[in-house]
Design a protein around this ligand. Structure first.
Ligand code: FAD
Length: 342
């Protein structure tokens, strides 16, 4: 049921264009930024408006070409030493100033750690709402508004949310739910340099040192090309060492089913599925995971799925490209030894 229309909070006609905030880490744009440019392009075309990428960082102008190639008509580029690393103060101020100056109609951000920090704070500052953690986007036929879809009530329903009376319409979108568009290197666009207004002394936090990049790689499920994931069939937390060893050998990340996370065998950042992360690696190795629908919701778009399960009738085998029926605790050591020989 649609609620009765309330008075708009702002003059909606002033707000135009679709923006994608393209997050960068150490000068490299995250995949989710490109995925959202592909999706943003579709929204912008449906709305008859322009698509812009927002780049904030230090010495990152070289990323602009990739934004145009991925569908952006414009790039707003804000560079400076203060923006080298993500900080809540500097980036919130930068985004808020940009919105007040250029008044976009729609803003898409990745539902990454930084995006989840930045999005709600910016939305609050500019007096709009935000739909977090979306898994689908579209245009509502009746109103022409962006229709943001996300799991709600612990994943038991999919809710579609509209933002009728505030601007911009804002949302964070899970990485890997959309395919990265094929770049078209012949596309060109307008690069707009923007001055940052924050002073170094206004930033209340300082990044002293990045200590745990290696560990981050094992947790970086969204960008991993290889994921080795364990479920209840791993038996006990110590057995996850096999999963970790295989993931490290493949240069990949460690995933877990909710059963393994709920048992306290792995932290929640490793959970794959409807209420965990959505992943799309080249290879997903599911070890002792039954293949419940909620788990499949987070990994079924992987290019190749390999399942190891002692139950030949486990549902995961219906979705796997390759299946090994057997005890995962016997198979993983053999697999690890064989891969070490390569
Ligand atoms: P099980 O279903 O218990 O499967 C264990 C498997 O291991 C079995 O197939 C068994 O044959 C096999 N096995 C046992 N021992 C061995 C062995 N030695 N060698 C080989 N195989 C072995 N789940 C998620 O994963 N992610 C989510 O995001 C998620 N969200 C949910 C949201 C909602 C609202 C609900 C209701 C549920 C959600 N779930 C989620 C839970 C989901 O329904 C399943 O309960 C869960 O995925 C099961 O995890 P599992 O496959 O590890 O365990």
């Amino acid at each position: 049921a649609r609620p009765a229309a309330a008075e708009p909070a702002v003059d909606l006609s002033e707000y135009k264009g679709v923006w994608v905030y393209v997050e960068q880490f150490q000068g490299k744009a995250r995949n989710v930024g490109y995925e959202l440019l592909g999706e943003g392009r579709k929204l912008a075309d449906a709305m008859g408006q322009e698509l812009a990428a927002i780049l904030i960082g230090d010495s990152i102008e070289s990323l602009a070409g990739g934004m145009f190639a991925s569908g952006a008509d414009k790039v707003y580029l804000l560079e400076g030493e203060e923006y080298k690393h993500y900080s809540t103060d500097a980036y919130t101020r930068a985004m808020t100033d940009l919105i007040h100056t250029y008044k976009p109609s729609v803003i898409l951000m990745g539902a990454t750690n930084d995006g989840r920090d930045l999005g709600p704070r910016v939305a609050c500052r500019v007096g709009t709402g935000l739909t977090a953690d979306c898994t689908n986007l579209g245009i509502d036929e009746e109103t022409g508004l962006v229709a943001w879809t996300r799991p709600a009530f612990g994943g038991n329903i999919m809710a579609t949310i509209l933002c009728p009376n505030h601007r911009p319409q804002m949302g964070t979108v899970r990485p890997n739910v959309f395919k990265r568009p094929e770049p078209d290197k012949s596309r060109q666009g307008e690069l707009i340099r923007v001055e940052g207004k924050i002073k170094a002394t206004d930033i209340r936090t300082k990044l002293v040192e990045i200590l745990a990049l290696a560990d981050t790689a094992a947790c970086n499920l969204e960008e991993a090309q290889f994921i080795v994931a364990g479920g209840r069939g791993m038996g006990k937390p110590e057995n996850f060492e096999l999963i970790e060893e295989l993931a490290a050998l493949l240069g990949g990340a460690v995933g877990a089913s909710r059963a393994a996370v709920d048992a306290g065998w792995k932290p929640a950042i490793h959970q794959v599925g409807q209420t965990g992360k959505t992943v799309a690696p080249k290879v997903y190795i599911a070890c002792g995971i039954s293949g419940a629908i909620q788990h499949l919701a987070g990994m079924s778009t992987s290019d190749v799925i390999i399942a190891i399960n002692k139950d030949a009738d486990a549902p995961i085998f219906k979705f796997a490209d390759f299946g090994i029926v057997g005890d995962v605790l016997e198979i993983l050591p053999v697999l690890i030894e064989e891969i070490k020989k390569i």
